[in-house]
Design a protein around this ligand. Structure first.
Ligand code: FMN
Length: 196
């Protein structure tokens, strides 16, 4: 039996990422859960920001932003950046996060986040009160102690320990147990799930 739930924006889990906008002097941090990769060639990320956000003004003024993936231990700082606006507040000073210079763009990355993505805006599409901003990924950074060349993708996810967010219940989670590897991890592909 299922219960009809009606049209809803409920989707879970989602990431809880920190997006930096603006340049050094006025850099701001916003927490976003509505974010995802939308193309691999060119590598492109989509973020959805409500039109009232200070971050949207900054992203539109520079045409750039960075995406910073926090470890789960930062969930309180992540929540803070998702409650307080950068209008009249300095979220770097308030959280203790520090800026680090990006390689390609002028918007900084967050030093304390183990994975960072530099993006240049390519599209800005309004959907109701929300701006869907697409950014081409021009560089990525990973903390050396979280990189592992022996792993596919070169990242040790257990060391990154990313946050998982369930917006409908406003809960932050960590990842659970590793269940197995995906279809493209070099194994023979079975044509029927029951044969696997
Ligand atoms: C976990 C979490 C996820 C959020 N996701 C989004 C989102 O995807 N889009 C959005 O516009 N606001 C989102 N928010 C709300 C903004 O982060 C919040 O309004 C923030 O204070 C705006 O900051 P700013 O005015 O400095 O840009 C989220 C908040 C939290 C706590």
């Amino acid at each position: 039996m299922k219960k009809q739930f009606g049209p809803s924006d409920a989707l879970f889990p989602v990431p809880a990422a920190l997006i930096v906008s603006g340049t050094k002097e006025e850099a701001n941090i916003i927490t976003l859960a509505w974010i995802g990769i939308v193309s691999s060639t060119p590598p492109t990320i989509g973020i959805s920001i409500r039109k009232s956000r200070h971050s949207l003004e900054l992203i539109r003024s520079t045409g750039e932003f960075t995406v910073n993936i926090p470890t789960a231990s930062f969930y309180k700082e992540v929540d803070y950046c998702g409650i307080v606006s950068g209008r009249g507040n300095n979220k770097f000073a308030d959280t203790g996060f520090t800026q680090m210079k990006s390689s390609i763009i002028d918007t900084p990355i967050i030093r304390e986040c183990p994975y960072n993505i530099e993006c240049k805006v390519t599209h800005d599409i309004m959907i109701g009160d929300w701006a869907l901003i697409l950014g081409e990924i021009v560089e990525t950074h990973i903390d050396k102690d979280k990189a592992d060349e022996s792993k596919r993708g070169g990242i040790d996810i257990s060391k990154i320990n990313p946050l998982v967010y369930c917006a409908e219940v406003r809960e932050y989670w960590t990842l659970g147990n590793l269940l197995g590897f995906g279809f493209n991890a070099g194994r023979e592909i079975k044509t029927k799930l029951k044969d696997a």
